[in-house]
Design a protein around this ligand. Structure first.
Ligand code: PLP
Length: 415
Protein backbone atom coordinates (compact mmCIF):
# COMPACT_ATOMS: atom_id res chain seq x y z
CA UNK A 1 0.00 0.00 0.00
CA UNK A 2 1.35 3.41 -0.88
CA UNK A 3 2.38 5.58 2.03
CA UNK A 4 0.64 8.40 0.25
CA UNK A 5 -2.65 6.94 1.45
CA UNK A 6 -1.64 8.15 4.88
CA UNK A 7 -1.53 11.79 3.84
CA UNK A 8 -4.84 13.30 4.87
CA UNK A 9 -6.49 16.24 3.09
CA UNK A 10 -5.47 19.48 4.76
CA UNK A 11 -8.24 21.98 5.47
CA UNK A 12 -8.48 24.78 2.88
CA UNK A 13 -6.85 28.06 3.83
CA UNK A 14 -9.38 30.05 5.80
CA UNK A 15 -9.18 33.05 3.52
CA UNK A 16 -7.95 31.81 0.16
CA UNK A 17 -10.44 28.90 0.22
CA UNK A 18 -13.27 31.42 0.15
CA UNK A 19 -11.76 33.14 -2.87
CA UNK A 20 -11.85 29.83 -4.73
CA UNK A 21 -15.50 29.44 -3.80
CA UNK A 22 -16.16 33.02 -4.91
CA UNK A 23 -14.72 32.45 -8.36
CA UNK A 24 -17.21 29.61 -8.89
CA UNK A 25 -20.22 31.66 -7.74
CA UNK A 26 -22.49 32.56 -10.69
CA UNK A 27 -24.49 35.36 -9.00
CA UNK A 28 -23.92 38.60 -10.95
CA UNK A 29 -24.11 40.62 -7.75
CA UNK A 30 -21.38 38.65 -6.00
CA UNK A 31 -18.92 40.67 -3.90
CA UNK A 32 -15.58 39.40 -2.64
CA UNK A 33 -14.66 41.12 0.61
CA UNK A 34 -12.25 38.48 1.87
CA UNK A 35 -8.66 39.22 0.88
CA UNK A 36 -6.70 42.28 1.99
CA UNK A 37 -5.76 43.57 -1.45
CA UNK A 38 -6.49 47.20 -2.24
CA UNK A 39 -8.90 47.84 -5.08
CA UNK A 40 -9.73 51.28 -6.42
CA UNK A 41 -13.23 52.74 -6.71
CA UNK A 42 -13.74 50.81 -9.94
CA UNK A 43 -12.98 47.54 -8.21
CA UNK A 44 -9.59 47.16 -9.88
CA UNK A 45 -6.27 46.18 -8.37
CA UNK A 46 -4.07 48.81 -9.99
CA UNK A 47 -0.39 49.53 -9.55
CA UNK A 48 0.40 52.57 -7.40
CA UNK A 49 1.21 55.45 -9.81
CA UNK A 50 4.63 56.04 -8.27
CA UNK A 51 5.45 52.36 -8.32
CA UNK A 52 4.44 52.17 -12.00
CA UNK A 53 6.66 55.16 -12.73
CA UNK A 54 9.61 53.61 -10.92
CA UNK A 55 9.03 50.40 -12.85
CA UNK A 56 9.07 52.24 -16.16
CA UNK A 57 12.29 54.04 -15.38
CA UNK A 58 13.91 50.82 -14.27
CA UNK A 59 12.90 49.07 -17.44
CA UNK A 60 14.05 51.88 -19.71
CA UNK A 61 17.17 52.91 -17.93
CA UNK A 62 20.50 51.40 -17.30
CA UNK A 63 19.50 50.82 -13.72
CA UNK A 64 17.54 47.75 -14.76
CA UNK A 65 19.79 44.93 -13.89
CA UNK A 66 18.58 42.95 -16.83
CA UNK A 67 20.03 39.63 -15.87
CA UNK A 68 18.03 37.34 -13.65
CA UNK A 69 20.97 36.23 -11.62
CA UNK A 70 20.65 35.30 -7.94
CA UNK A 71 20.58 37.97 -5.28
CA UNK A 72 22.80 37.48 -2.24
CA UNK A 73 21.25 35.21 0.40
CA UNK A 74 20.30 38.09 2.66
CA UNK A 75 19.07 40.19 -0.23
CA UNK A 76 19.97 43.15 -2.40
CA UNK A 77 22.54 45.51 -0.80
CA UNK A 78 20.79 48.62 -2.16
CA UNK A 79 17.39 47.41 -0.95
CA UNK A 80 18.96 46.89 2.44
CA UNK A 81 20.28 50.44 2.61
CA UNK A 82 17.06 52.08 1.44
CA UNK A 83 14.79 49.95 3.61
CA UNK A 84 16.92 50.46 6.71
CA UNK A 85 16.89 54.19 6.00
CA UNK A 86 13.13 54.17 5.61
CA UNK A 87 12.53 52.17 8.79
CA UNK A 88 15.23 53.53 11.07
CA UNK A 89 15.90 57.05 9.80
CA UNK A 90 12.62 58.28 8.26
CA UNK A 91 10.29 56.35 10.55
CA UNK A 92 12.35 56.64 13.76
CA UNK A 93 14.45 59.79 13.36
CA UNK A 94 15.20 60.19 17.08
CA UNK A 95 16.48 56.74 17.92
CA UNK A 96 16.99 54.83 14.68
CA UNK A 97 20.09 56.50 13.18
CA UNK A 98 22.07 55.84 16.33
CA UNK A 99 21.13 52.16 16.27
CA UNK A 100 22.38 51.94 12.70
CA UNK A 101 25.60 53.76 13.56
CA UNK A 102 26.17 51.49 16.54
CA UNK A 103 25.70 48.46 14.28
CA UNK A 104 22.79 47.19 16.33
CA UNK A 105 20.42 46.17 13.56
CA UNK A 106 20.71 42.80 11.84
CA UNK A 107 18.77 42.80 8.59
CA UNK A 108 17.56 40.41 5.95
CA UNK A 109 15.39 40.97 2.88
CA UNK A 110 12.46 38.59 3.16
CA UNK A 111 9.59 37.12 1.21
CA UNK A 112 7.29 39.90 2.35
CA UNK A 113 5.88 40.04 5.88
CA UNK A 114 5.08 36.33 6.01
CA UNK A 115 8.68 35.45 5.17
CA UNK A 116 9.95 37.87 7.81
CA UNK A 117 7.79 36.22 10.47
CA UNK A 118 8.91 32.74 9.38
CA UNK A 119 12.61 33.60 9.46
CA UNK A 120 12.21 35.37 12.82
CA UNK A 121 10.40 32.35 14.25
CA UNK A 122 13.14 30.01 13.02
CA UNK A 123 15.89 32.06 14.62
CA UNK A 124 14.05 32.51 17.89
CA UNK A 125 13.04 28.86 18.17
CA UNK A 126 16.59 27.73 17.54
CA UNK A 127 18.31 29.99 20.06
CA UNK A 128 16.02 32.03 22.24
CA UNK A 129 12.45 30.94 22.86
CA UNK A 130 9.70 28.59 21.75
CA UNK A 131 6.88 30.42 23.45
CA UNK A 132 4.95 33.15 21.69
CA UNK A 133 1.86 35.15 22.56
CA UNK A 134 -0.53 36.06 19.76
CA UNK A 135 -3.59 38.33 20.12
CA UNK A 136 -7.05 36.75 20.16
CA UNK A 137 -8.20 37.24 17.46
CA UNK A 138 -5.32 37.66 15.04
CA UNK A 139 -4.34 37.05 11.45
CA UNK A 140 -4.76 33.23 11.42
CA UNK A 141 -1.37 32.72 9.76
CA UNK A 142 0.48 33.89 12.88
CA UNK A 143 -0.29 30.64 14.65
CA UNK A 144 0.48 28.56 11.53
CA UNK A 145 3.83 30.23 10.97
CA UNK A 146 5.09 30.01 14.54
CA UNK A 147 3.98 26.39 14.98
CA UNK A 148 5.59 25.35 11.71
CA UNK A 149 8.82 27.15 12.55
CA UNK A 150 9.62 25.51 15.83
CA UNK A 151 7.36 27.10 18.43
CA UNK A 152 5.95 24.41 20.70
CA UNK A 153 4.00 26.85 22.83
CA UNK A 154 1.71 29.31 21.01
CA UNK A 155 -0.54 31.18 23.43
CA UNK A 156 -3.22 33.80 23.00
CA UNK A 157 -3.67 37.03 24.90
CA UNK A 158 -7.15 38.55 25.17
CA UNK A 159 -7.39 41.45 22.74
CA UNK A 160 -10.97 41.95 21.67
CA UNK A 161 -14.33 40.91 23.05
CA UNK A 162 -17.82 42.08 22.10
CA UNK A 163 -16.84 45.12 20.08
CA UNK A 164 -14.16 46.29 22.49
CA UNK A 165 -10.47 46.20 22.78
CA UNK A 166 -9.69 45.04 26.30
CA UNK A 167 -6.27 46.39 27.18
CA UNK A 168 -6.66 45.97 30.94
CA UNK A 169 -7.53 42.32 30.48
CA UNK A 170 -4.57 41.92 28.10
CA UNK A 171 -2.14 43.37 30.64
CA UNK A 172 -3.62 41.45 33.58
CA UNK A 173 -3.42 38.22 31.62
CA UNK A 174 0.25 38.72 30.79
CA UNK A 175 1.13 39.69 34.35
CA UNK A 176 -0.55 36.54 35.63
CA UNK A 177 0.94 34.16 33.10
CA UNK A 178 4.42 35.42 32.30
CA UNK A 179 6.99 35.08 35.04
CA UNK A 180 10.26 36.63 34.08
CA UNK A 181 12.30 34.52 36.46
CA UNK A 182 11.01 31.13 35.45
CA UNK A 183 13.78 30.70 32.88
CA UNK A 184 11.54 30.70 29.81
CA UNK A 185 11.57 33.72 27.52
CA UNK A 186 8.23 34.75 26.10
CA UNK A 187 7.85 36.39 22.69
CA UNK A 188 4.84 38.51 21.87
CA UNK A 189 3.41 39.51 18.51
CA UNK A 190 2.26 43.11 18.35
CA UNK A 191 0.32 44.43 15.36
CA UNK A 192 2.04 47.77 14.74
CA UNK A 193 -1.15 49.42 13.46
CA UNK A 194 -4.41 48.46 11.73
CA UNK A 195 -4.83 45.28 13.78
CA UNK A 196 -5.99 42.43 11.58
CA UNK A 197 -8.85 41.47 11.73
CA UNK A 198 -10.46 43.95 14.13
CA UNK A 199 -9.01 47.25 12.85
CA UNK A 200 -8.88 48.33 16.50
CA UNK A 201 -5.59 49.55 17.91
CA UNK A 202 -4.72 50.68 21.42
CA UNK A 203 -4.36 54.41 22.04
CA UNK A 204 -0.87 55.83 22.62
CA UNK A 205 -1.50 55.84 26.35
CA UNK A 206 -2.58 52.22 26.26
CA UNK A 207 0.43 51.27 24.15
CA UNK A 208 2.59 52.87 26.78
CA UNK A 209 1.09 50.66 29.47
CA UNK A 210 1.35 47.59 27.27
CA UNK A 211 4.98 48.20 26.32
CA UNK A 212 5.90 48.98 29.94
CA UNK A 213 4.42 45.64 30.95
CA UNK A 214 6.13 43.71 28.18
CA UNK A 215 9.43 45.37 28.98
CA UNK A 216 9.10 44.72 32.69
CA UNK A 217 8.32 41.05 32.02
CA UNK A 218 11.38 40.88 29.75
CA UNK A 219 9.32 39.63 26.84
CA UNK A 220 10.61 39.78 23.27
CA UNK A 221 8.55 42.07 21.03
CA UNK A 222 7.88 40.89 17.50
CA UNK A 223 6.41 43.90 15.74
CA UNK A 224 4.36 42.89 12.73
CA UNK A 225 4.19 46.01 10.56
CA UNK A 226 2.19 44.86 7.53
CA UNK A 227 0.03 47.99 7.20
CA UNK A 228 2.43 50.89 7.75
CA UNK A 229 0.65 53.95 6.32
CA UNK A 230 -2.83 52.46 6.15
CA UNK A 231 -3.95 53.90 9.45
CA UNK A 232 -3.20 57.59 8.99
CA UNK A 233 -2.25 57.70 5.31
CA UNK A 234 1.31 58.53 6.35
CA UNK A 235 3.81 55.64 6.61
CA UNK A 236 6.15 57.56 8.90
CA UNK A 237 3.41 58.49 11.36
CA UNK A 238 2.16 54.90 11.50
CA UNK A 239 5.46 53.57 12.82
CA UNK A 240 4.56 54.88 16.29
CA UNK A 241 4.84 51.52 18.07
CA UNK A 242 8.34 51.03 16.71
CA UNK A 243 9.25 54.58 17.75
CA UNK A 244 7.89 54.03 21.25
CA UNK A 245 9.79 50.77 21.63
CA UNK A 246 13.06 52.35 20.54
CA UNK A 247 12.70 55.56 22.54
CA UNK A 248 15.73 55.48 24.80
CA UNK A 249 14.16 57.72 27.37
CA UNK A 250 11.58 54.99 27.97
CA UNK A 251 13.53 51.76 27.51
CA UNK A 252 17.27 51.64 27.73
CA UNK A 253 17.15 48.48 25.63
CA UNK A 254 15.26 45.27 24.93
CA UNK A 255 17.61 42.85 26.63
CA UNK A 256 16.63 39.85 24.48
CA UNK A 257 16.24 41.75 21.24
CA UNK A 258 13.39 43.31 19.29
CA UNK A 259 12.11 41.90 16.01
CA UNK A 260 10.56 44.00 13.26
CA UNK A 261 8.74 42.12 10.48
CA UNK A 262 7.85 44.53 7.72
CA UNK A 263 6.14 44.34 4.35
CA UNK A 264 5.69 46.51 1.26
CA UNK A 265 2.79 44.33 0.07
CA UNK A 266 0.00 46.64 1.18
CA UNK A 267 1.61 50.06 1.31
CA UNK A 268 3.32 49.78 -2.11
CA UNK A 269 0.88 47.34 -3.66
CA UNK A 270 3.72 44.87 -4.26
CA UNK A 271 1.72 41.90 -2.91
CA UNK A 272 2.86 39.15 -5.26
CA UNK A 273 6.42 40.43 -5.58
CA UNK A 274 7.07 39.42 -1.97
CA UNK A 275 9.05 42.44 -0.80
CA UNK A 276 9.65 42.79 2.91
CA UNK A 277 12.29 42.63 5.61
CA UNK A 278 13.24 41.38 9.02
CA UNK A 279 15.25 43.67 11.27
CA UNK A 280 16.55 42.46 14.61
CA UNK A 281 17.58 45.16 17.05
CA UNK A 282 20.23 43.61 19.27
CA UNK A 283 21.04 44.77 22.82
CA UNK A 284 23.80 47.34 23.36
CA UNK A 285 27.36 46.52 24.34
CA UNK A 286 27.40 43.15 22.62
CA UNK A 287 29.75 43.91 19.76
CA UNK A 288 29.39 40.54 18.02
CA UNK A 289 25.63 40.15 18.30
CA UNK A 290 24.61 41.96 15.14
CA UNK A 291 26.92 39.94 12.89
CA UNK A 292 26.24 36.70 14.73
CA UNK A 293 22.51 37.11 14.35
CA UNK A 294 22.86 38.08 10.71
CA UNK A 295 25.02 35.03 10.01
CA UNK A 296 22.28 32.83 11.46
CA UNK A 297 19.59 34.59 9.43
CA UNK A 298 21.70 33.82 6.37
CA UNK A 299 21.84 30.14 7.27
CA UNK A 300 18.10 30.00 7.76
CA UNK A 301 17.36 31.66 4.42
CA UNK A 302 19.91 29.47 2.63
CA UNK A 303 18.20 26.30 3.78
CA UNK A 304 14.65 27.61 3.33
CA UNK A 305 14.67 29.25 -0.12
CA UNK A 306 18.31 30.18 -0.80
CA UNK A 307 17.79 33.80 -1.81
CA UNK A 308 14.93 36.25 -2.28
CA UNK A 309 13.39 37.28 -5.62
CA UNK A 310 15.03 40.21 -7.40
CA UNK A 311 12.49 42.26 -9.29
CA UNK A 312 10.07 43.74 -6.75
CA UNK A 313 12.85 44.84 -4.44
CA UNK A 314 14.42 46.84 -7.29
CA UNK A 315 11.16 48.70 -7.75
CA UNK A 316 10.87 49.35 -4.00
CA UNK A 317 14.49 50.52 -3.87
CA UNK A 318 13.85 52.97 -6.70
CA UNK A 319 10.87 54.44 -4.82
CA UNK A 320 12.67 54.59 -1.47
CA UNK A 321 15.98 55.94 -2.63
CA UNK A 322 14.73 59.04 -4.42
CA UNK A 323 13.16 61.83 -2.38
CA UNK A 324 10.72 62.86 -5.12
CA UNK A 325 9.54 59.31 -5.60
CA UNK A 326 9.21 58.83 -1.89
CA UNK A 327 7.12 61.96 -1.55
CA UNK A 328 4.87 60.87 -4.41
CA UNK A 329 4.54 57.41 -2.91
CA UNK A 330 3.39 58.92 0.39
CA UNK A 331 0.73 60.80 -1.60
CA UNK A 332 -0.40 57.56 -3.23
CA UNK A 333 -0.76 55.97 0.21
CA UNK A 334 -2.77 58.95 1.37
CA UNK A 335 -5.12 58.66 -1.62
CA UNK A 336 -5.68 54.97 -0.91
CA UNK A 337 -6.38 55.59 2.76
CA UNK A 338 -8.73 58.46 1.98
CA UNK A 339 -10.81 56.15 -0.20
CA UNK A 340 -10.90 53.51 2.55
CA UNK A 341 -11.98 56.15 5.06
CA UNK A 342 -14.74 57.34 2.73
CA UNK A 343 -16.03 53.80 2.29
CA UNK A 344 -15.91 53.23 6.06
CA UNK A 345 -17.85 56.41 6.64
CA UNK A 346 -20.31 55.49 3.89
CA UNK A 347 -20.98 52.18 5.56
CA UNK A 348 -21.36 53.78 8.93
CA UNK A 349 -23.86 56.28 7.53
CA UNK A 350 -25.92 53.49 6.02
CA UNK A 351 -25.67 50.99 8.86
CA UNK A 352 -25.70 53.10 11.96
CA UNK A 353 -25.07 50.02 14.08
CA UNK A 354 -23.48 51.84 16.88
CA UNK A 355 -24.35 49.15 19.39
CA UNK A 356 -22.47 46.31 17.78
CA UNK A 357 -19.29 48.00 16.80
CA UNK A 358 -16.68 50.36 17.93
CA UNK A 359 -16.63 52.24 14.64
CA UNK A 360 -14.55 55.24 15.56
CA UNK A 361 -11.40 53.42 16.43
CA UNK A 362 -11.27 51.02 13.49
CA UNK A 363 -8.38 51.61 11.12
CA UNK A 364 -7.07 50.36 7.84
CA UNK A 365 -8.31 48.05 5.20
CA UNK A 366 -10.76 46.05 7.25
CA UNK A 367 -14.17 46.58 8.72
CA UNK A 368 -14.82 44.19 11.57
CA UNK A 369 -18.47 43.34 11.98
CA UNK A 370 -18.34 40.85 14.81
CA UNK A 371 -20.87 38.76 12.85
CA UNK A 372 -20.97 35.08 13.76
CA UNK A 373 -20.54 32.18 11.29
CA UNK A 374 -24.27 31.50 10.82
CA UNK A 375 -24.82 35.13 9.72
CA UNK A 376 -21.75 35.01 7.47
CA UNK A 377 -23.02 31.80 5.86
CA UNK A 378 -26.35 33.50 5.16
CA UNK A 379 -24.56 36.47 3.58
CA UNK A 380 -22.65 34.11 1.32
CA UNK A 381 -25.50 31.75 0.48
CA UNK A 382 -28.30 34.28 0.06
CA UNK A 383 -26.42 37.35 -1.20
CA UNK A 384 -23.10 35.99 -2.55
CA UNK A 385 -21.24 38.38 -0.25
CA UNK A 386 -18.01 36.78 0.88
CA UNK A 387 -16.35 37.79 4.14
CA UNK A 388 -13.83 35.89 6.25
CA UNK A 389 -15.35 33.65 8.89
CA UNK A 390 -14.11 35.85 11.73
CA UNK A 391 -16.57 38.54 10.62
CA UNK A 392 -14.09 40.76 8.82
CA UNK A 393 -14.71 42.47 5.52
CA UNK A 394 -12.18 44.19 3.32
CA UNK A 395 -13.32 47.76 2.65
CA UNK A 396 -11.33 47.80 -0.53
CA UNK A 397 -13.87 45.53 -2.24
CA UNK A 398 -16.62 48.12 -1.72
CA UNK A 399 -17.37 50.96 -4.12
CA UNK A 400 -20.30 53.08 -5.28
CA UNK A 401 -21.70 50.23 -7.34
CA UNK A 402 -22.06 47.77 -4.45
CA UNK A 403 -22.12 49.72 -1.17
CA UNK A 404 -25.91 49.82 -0.98
CA UNK A 405 -26.20 46.14 -1.86
CA UNK A 406 -23.67 45.17 0.82
CA UNK A 407 -25.17 47.41 3.51
CA UNK A 408 -28.75 46.31 2.78
CA UNK A 409 -27.66 42.68 3.05
CA UNK A 410 -25.80 43.32 6.30
CA UNK A 411 -28.87 44.98 7.73
CA UNK A 412 -31.15 42.18 6.55
CA UNK A 413 -29.13 39.39 8.11
CA UNK A 414 -28.58 41.18 11.39
CA UNK A 415 -32.25 42.09 11.96
N1 PLP B 1 0.77 40.31 9.08
C1 PLP B 1 -0.52 40.59 8.99
C2 PLP B 1 -1.26 40.99 10.21
C3 PLP B 1 -1.18 40.52 7.76
O1 PLP B 1 -2.47 40.82 7.69
C4 PLP B 1 -0.44 40.13 6.63
C5 PLP B 1 -1.11 40.01 5.33
O2 PLP B 1 -2.27 39.88 5.17
C6 PLP B 1 0.92 39.85 6.78
C7 PLP B 1 1.49 39.95 8.03
C8 PLP B 1 1.83 39.43 5.69
O3 PLP B 1 1.56 39.76 4.43
P1 PLP B 1 2.64 39.61 3.26
O4 PLP B 1 3.34 38.32 3.48
O5 PLP B 1 1.81 39.59 2.03
O6 PLP B 1 3.54 40.77 3.38
Amino acid sequence: LSLFNKIPRAPPDKILGLTEQFSKDTNNNKVNLTVGVYKDDKGLVSTFPTVAKAQKILEQGEKMNSDFSYLPIIGSPSYRISTLNFLFRDSCPESGPKLLEQERVSFVQTLSGTGALAVAADLLAQFVSRTVWVPRPSWPNHVNIFKRHGFSDVREYPYYEDGKLDVDEWITHLRKNVKKNEGVRHCIILHACCHNPTGLDPTMKQWQQILDTIHELEMIPIIDMAYQGLESGNPVRDAYVLRMCLDKSRYESWPHGLFLCQSFAKNMGLYGERVGSLSVVVPPNQPDSKDNVESQLKQIVRSMYSSPPGYGCRVATMVLSNDNFKRDWYKNVETMVQRLLNVRQGMYDRLGWKGLLNFEQQHGMFFYTGLKPHALNRLREEYSIYMTMDGRLSLSGINDSNIDYVCDALKAISD
